[in-house]
Design a protein around this ligand. Structure first.
Ligand code: IVH
Length: 690
């Protein structure tokens, strides 16, 4: 019998058409044509018929958008190509320099495309045979979470492409976001129920995408816009220009923003940016700027990439939100390299969705530029990134007799006279200044360095105070007996710690080098140095000229390397570490990430928004489990503490956080972070992409 004549077939088509219509009205027109209960009833009927007649299930059936059951967590997937971030700027001068650089490298004026920079979460969509196969978040740029089940529930993402689309495997990238009106409705409901509201649509969209119950995701009305189709397939012959590919995406059924221009001149791009500066308030969703991209793919190749981002594109960000607050005092913090950083302690104030009560003042010059006095009313700005900045002082509001902020002459921790280099002040008492010793050890054991587990800052600090250790090499001589007087460290923990120290001896040379914490030598430079010089002995005798021949090593870094090796304290440290069995010789590996590096595909360095920050995670979280959250904090450079003390920078308080912890944090003036806030920080600009 012809399926068309079968009443079940007819009912299936009817149900699908009805459900599509209700979905469309609900998600795109904000109309509820049917109650949730009735919707679910129709959907169930369709599901039952589909189970009976699997041969008649349409690839884009409304049942496919419902999502599966509740998942235990997300699998991760490696990106076919790293998901890079974009260089960004808030100034037109920088934009002009970007254009000048492009012109200079290419030898002519390129044409650009300009698009809105949607303030959401990046997503990579994979299609095969025109069907959505899987969807992955940006993650760390190399691997992301497989959020396919959730993405399937997003109405504007096609599950099945138009027949004009190619059947080949394709990857399309875009942004998932939430309309302001849908977000505001959710917050209105929360307010009415007396519940805490969500910070902003981007956080909410990002949290939603990570929900384990995809039915809940469906209810939250996420949207998407696509902005990237890479690859040089046969079917893309003659389409090596961005604007042509955007047109293709639209024709195949992808949501693509109409608010874009290109191919256009640089002047037209500037007009577009000016036009959307005020126009953005009228948009139904948040944007944080405009993305400018070279149109032609051949020209893109020529311009190339930096370690983090393409040289052929830039994000112009609209000015940040600004608020006023009061400066209470300035604290001078000592870092592990001895650098002194002034930190402003402020009257807590809400800016761009988070409460801010501290801001870095960077250096003495910045304090003088601001002519800062205690009690001053200051303007605080927070851009797309999480770092708040004091931009200026409202001099008219300065209290009478206010004391000017001055940079100390001596180290606030050990009293040594400070020394100035390159606009920064240092305490050069590296051997004995307590925060430097502790900072170096914290860095040494950290995950990206020696990855010694079960050795938090508190234990390190106690080991130092009790003179059990003095430097990193002493860790390798630790015994059960030495550890036994330590508080909160039973035999099992002691054994685990000693095992972790032992295991760390297998850490590859480039990480050992990074762990030693030479000033200005990060992960990438450590790897380059390890490759170039092969072992510590060669590196220790390298000349300034040899060092400077390396791409990433400038004059200052070269001098710092030379100074590090000239210090007898360091010479004895690495000699002892070597004798304890740590690797001082480079061994090349062919793991996927290092081979990608080898081939010149640049490593993606995540921003580390929590570098040197100490956090305590407490309570229950809605969008992540506690252990994952702690891991992500460490990945972002933060350290998890296990109890509240004045050393803590943030108390991350989930639902049902203990009232005594909250009270103690308040007494100590420790900043509280909500789940939304910490997730926003971790998302960085990735999302930084986090
Ligand atoms: S192009 C190589 N276009 O902004 C990176 N990105 O800071 C190519 N974004 O991770 C990205 N709207 O999540 C591009 N029209 C747009 C965008 C856009 C938003 C986000 C995206 C990216 C981040 C870069």
């Amino acid at each position: 019998m012809d399926p068309e004549k079968n009443p079940d077939w007819l009912r299936m088509r009817e149900l699908a058409a009805l459900l599509r219509q209700y979905n469309h009205a609900y998600y795109l027109q904000d109309l509820s044509l049917i109650s949730d209960q009735d919707f679910d009833r129709l959907l169930q009927e369709l599901e039952q018929l589909e189970n009976k007649y699997p041969q008649w299930v349409e690839d884009d059936s409304p049942t496919q958008r419902v999502g599966g059951g509740v998942m235990a967590g997300f699998e991760t997937r490696e990106h076919l190509r790293p998901m890079l971030s974009l260089g960004n700027t808030y100034s037109e001068e920088d934009l002009q320099s970007f254009h000048d650089r492009c012109c200079k490298s290419l030898g002519f004026n390129p044409q650009y495309c300009a698009e809105l920079k949607i303030d959401g979460v990046a997503i990579s969509l994979h299609y095969l045979n025109r069907k959505l196969e899987y969807a992955v978040t940006r993650g760390d740029g190399l691997r992301g979470d497989d959020v396919t089940t959730n993405v399937r529930t997003i109405e504007s993402i096609p599950l099945l492409l138009s027949p004009t689309a190619p059947a080949e495997a394709m990857e399309i990238r875009g942004e998932i976001y939430m309309d302001r009106s849908a977000f505001e409705q959710i917050n209105r409901n929360k307010r009415e129920l007396g519940e805490e509201t969500y910070a902003n649509p981007r956080n909410f969209a990002s949290g939603t995408l990570k929900l384990l119950d995809s039915k809940q995701v469906r209810r939250r009305k996420l949207s998407a816009l696509c902005y990237q189709l890479d690859g040089d397939f046969e079917f893309l012959q003659g389409k090596a220009r961005h604007h042509l590919r955007m047109d293709l995406l639209a024709a195949w059924g992808f949501p693509v923003s109409d608010h874009r221009i290109g191919p256009s001149s640089f002047e037209e791009v500037l007009d577009f940016i000016h036009c959307w500066h005020n126009g953005r308030a009228e948009l139904p969703f948040d944007i944080d700027g405009v993305v400018v991209k070279v149109d032609d793919f051949g020209q893109r190749e020529e311009l190339g990439y930096t370690a983090k981002s393409p040289r052929w594109a830039i994000a112009y960000k609209y000015p940040a939100q600004s608020v006023q607050t009061i400066l209470h005092h300035v604290q001078f913090q000592v870092g592990r390299t001895g650098v002194i950083t002034p930190v402003a302690h402020l009257q807590p104030v809400e800016v761009a969705g988070t409460t801010v009560q501290r801001a870095s003042l960077y250096n003495d010059a910045e304090i003088r530029r601001l002519d800062l006095h205690i009690g001053d009313t200051v303007h605080l700005e927070k851009g797309g990134d999480i770092i708040p900045k004091i931009t200026d002082v409202v001099k008219e509001l300065r209290p009478a007799g206010a004391v000017r902020v001055g940079f100390p002459d001596t180290c606030p921790e050990c009293g040594t006279t400070l020394v100035g280099h390159d606009a920064l002040h240092y305490c050069e008492n590296h051997r004995d200044c307590p925060p430097q010793i502790l900072g170096r050890l914290e860095h040494f054991v950290s995950r990206k360095a020696m990855n010694i587990e079960h050795l938090g800052p508190e234990t390190l600090s106690a080991l130092l105070q009790q003179h059990i250790i003095h430097d990193a090499a002493d860790l390798y001589a630790l015994t059960q007996e030495q550890l036994s007087p330590m508080e909160r460290m039973g035999e099992r923990n002691r054994t685990r710690l000693l095992q972790s120290i032992e295991d760390s001896k297998k850490t590859p040379f480039e990480k050992v080098l990074f762990a030693l914490g030479l000033r200005g030598i990060g992960e990438v430079a450590s790897l380059t140095l390890a490759r170039k010089f092969q072992n510590m002995a060669n590196l220790s005798t390298a000349t300034r000229e040899e060092l400077m021949r390396i791409h990433e090593i400038g004059e200052k870094s070269a001098d710092q390397i030379l100074a590090w090796f000239a210090d007898p304290l360091n010479q004895s440290l690495w000699a002892r570490l070597a004798s304890q069995g740590l690797s001082m010789t480079y061994r090349s590996r062919t793991s996927p990430s290092s081979s990608a590096f080898e081939q010149g595909i640049h490593a993606v360095m995540e921003p580390r928004p929590l570098e040197n920050k100490k956090l305590l995670v407490t309570g229950r979280f809605e969008h992540v489990d506690r252990e994952t959250l702690k891991q992500r904090i460490e990945d972002a450079g933060g350290t998890n503490l296990s109890s509240i003390s004045s050393k803590l920078d943030f108390l991350v308080a989930g639902a049902e956080a203990g009232p005594s912890k909250l009270r103690k944090a308040e007494e100590l003036g420790i900043r509280l972070l909500s789940e939304e806030e910490i997730l926003k920080i971790l998302q960085g600009n990735s999302t930084r992409e986090p």
